[in-house]
Design a protein around this ligand. Sequence first.
Ligand code: DSN
Length: 423
Amino acid sequence: MTDLWTDTETATPLEVADPQVWEALQRERRRQQHTIELIASENHVSAAVMEATGSIFTNKYAEGYPRHRHYGGCDYMDQIEDLARERARELFHAEHVNVQPHCGSSANMAVYMACLKPGDTIMAMDLAQGGHLTHGSRASFSGKLYRIVSYGVDPKTEQLDMAEIRRIAREHNPDLIVTGASVYSRTIDFEAFAEIAEEFDALLMADIAHIAGLVAADLHPSPIKWCDFVTTTTHKTLRGPRSGMIMCKKQWASAVDKTVFPGIQGGPLMHVIAAKAVAFGEALRPDFRAYQQNILTNAQAMCEALRSHGFRMVGGGTDNHLMLVDLRSNHPAVTGRHAEVWLERAGIIINRNMIPFDERKQSETSGIRLGTPATTTRGMGPSEMATIAGWINDILSAHGNPIAIEQVHQQVVALCDQFPLPH
Ligand code: DSN
């Protein structure tokens, strides 16, 4: 306990002002340091990104866009928003960028509202087969405001079947086709989506939230050339602050900007935009490509090691930073929920996930999703991935036995101590 209670002379302002929040922060810091983060959508930002996120930029209102603000005192707001936009344009070779969306969902909402009317048809990937909530789930605004036509993966290959996607487009004549996913481990053929969109006179949006870092590093084909709109979050493989972004063709720039502000948002989060500028600057450096390559190498190593323990990879493997593991292959009695709970007790953080055509419900699932962006940031490599895969198998084989969990937990903490967080 002692390290939670620091000397009053060195206490931070937060510790003095709000010990409850400070204590939660210390515990979370320790949790992150002493656990292995395999959630595919999470990462650890650099100290520089963290500093910008926690900076005095949070004090400033800057409704509007650079040089067209609704408040005085925005000179430095303009400077950082320009920097973020220019760096994003350079990173992704985008014609136009809007860095103000607070998150991926608001980025997607802004695109839909910029180019569609309520009731128009969106064709997107089914949530249960790898899509995102905003790709038409009935629980999301997307499924409430628009007519949704879903596509999934082929039952045999568990991969996107472009012939079937074309057939669905022909049958339903969508106004907007959305490509991109939250749980898809294979390469997405954006050019093939563009051909279908063109054939059926639909607009095309790619949601690259998961793979943005790989796209920026040229390790996944870029959708920029093929799509009217590309949306992303900035905190997954891209390793920036928790936020969103829209890229689009020039002819959509004004509609997108007006939809983001004043359409669906008020004041932009300028501290987060400053942090995006920092993260994009980091991503433009050569070592970012090496980092993305290491994410891929680690994902391959994790996949191979899991296979050696008898796990089956949905879709036949991975081309990117994540894998969806079918637990039925070697642990048929273990659900994704069991795995999530037991592994967390041992300090391995994952999320349960439905596999395509899953017979178990969403709260149980037959799969787990694993990703390598965060462990790669900490400097772990293929041998650590193989070790972690072995621990996962040990815990599931022991059906969450507390002794087995404790044995693994001690090794997890020892491994984490060798790979500190970036700040
Ligand atoms: N919820 C995110 C994920 O975990 O994939 C997607 O936004």
